[in-house]
Design a binder for this molecule. Structure first.
Ligand code: ATP
Length: 224
């Protein structure tokens, strides 16, 4: 389980996250929505240990972020908004590189299967020849090499066509339901968020997203 208690984050004197309380249980897919600048990426970066919170506590699988950061990192798969791949190398070479950095050993066959699970059949193609959507799928597949229990995805489906969005959404739901993964992802696509997420959290001061979801009869929890 992931437990976020009274989390605060300020950049210089600007308060971005005020008092965030969040619980995610194994098997849950949780959506994070909110206006541009609401703090969605900041929250994911803190959960991914890329940057520290200003205040508050985070506990993952009974381990405290403040005490066991090395062990915590082994449990997290994080895909930031920016695609980070070796463009001039093939999909296979990218997997070989990232597998070497991974906490867990995976055979090439297993890596290839991760790609196929994502409907990405470009094993021997250079990454620079892939479309933007295919690169996003590859980034996501690479983040799963070490079999994380918490998967954090920052707008993973931007630029992805509708069919691929559906495939990725179903894949994530299956990962959560069949393997007990906890998944948190941000998106500005309301139909995607409402179809794939068990729960939706709304960040930021602008009530637009929360009101929109409530007007469609969708339960939403507000974070500040
Ligand atoms: N390193 C930083 N230093 C100072 N301010 C920052 C930094 N990173 C983000 N911010 C500010 O924090 C606020 C939240 O940014 P963040 O990227 O978390 O929002 P977001 O909800 O993910 O937005 P978007 O939907 O546009 O991706 C913004 O006002 C942003 O300018």
């Amino acid at each position: 389980m992931l437990q976020v208690n009274s989390l605060q984050k300020s950049y210089h004197k600007q308060k971005i996250l005020n008092d965030v309380n969040l619980i995610v249980k194994p098997g849950e897919v949780v959506g994070l929505v909110g206006e541009n600048g609401a703090g969605k990426s900041t929250l994911l970066e803190i959960l991914a240990t890329v940057q520290p919170q200003s205040n508050g506590s985070i506990i993952l699988d009974d381990k405290s972020y403040s005490k066991e950061i090395k062990n915590i990192r082994k449990l997290i798969g994080y895909v930031p908004q920016e695609i980070s791949l070796w463009e001039e190398f093939t999909v296979a070479e990218n997997f070989m590189f990232f597998e070497k950095l991974s906490w867990k050993r995976r055979s090439l066959e297993e890596c290839k299967q991760l790609c196929l699970d994502m409907q990405l059949n470009k094993w021997d193609e250079p990454v620079e020849s892939l479309s933007g959507g295919m690169k996003r799928k590859l980034n996501l597949a690479i983040s799963l090499i070490h079999d994380p229990i918490l998967i954090l995805l920052d707008e993973p489906t931007v630029g992805i066509d509708m069919k691929s969005k559906e495939e990725i959404g179903n894949y994530l739901v299956n990962l959560a339901k069949n393997e007990g993964k906890m998944i948190i992802y941000t998106s500005h696509d309301m139909s995607e968020i409402t179809s794939f997420c068990d729960r939706i959290y709304c960040l930021g001061k602008d009530p637009f997203y929360a009101d929109l979801l409530k007007s469609r009869g969708i339960a939403v929890e507000e974070l500040v």
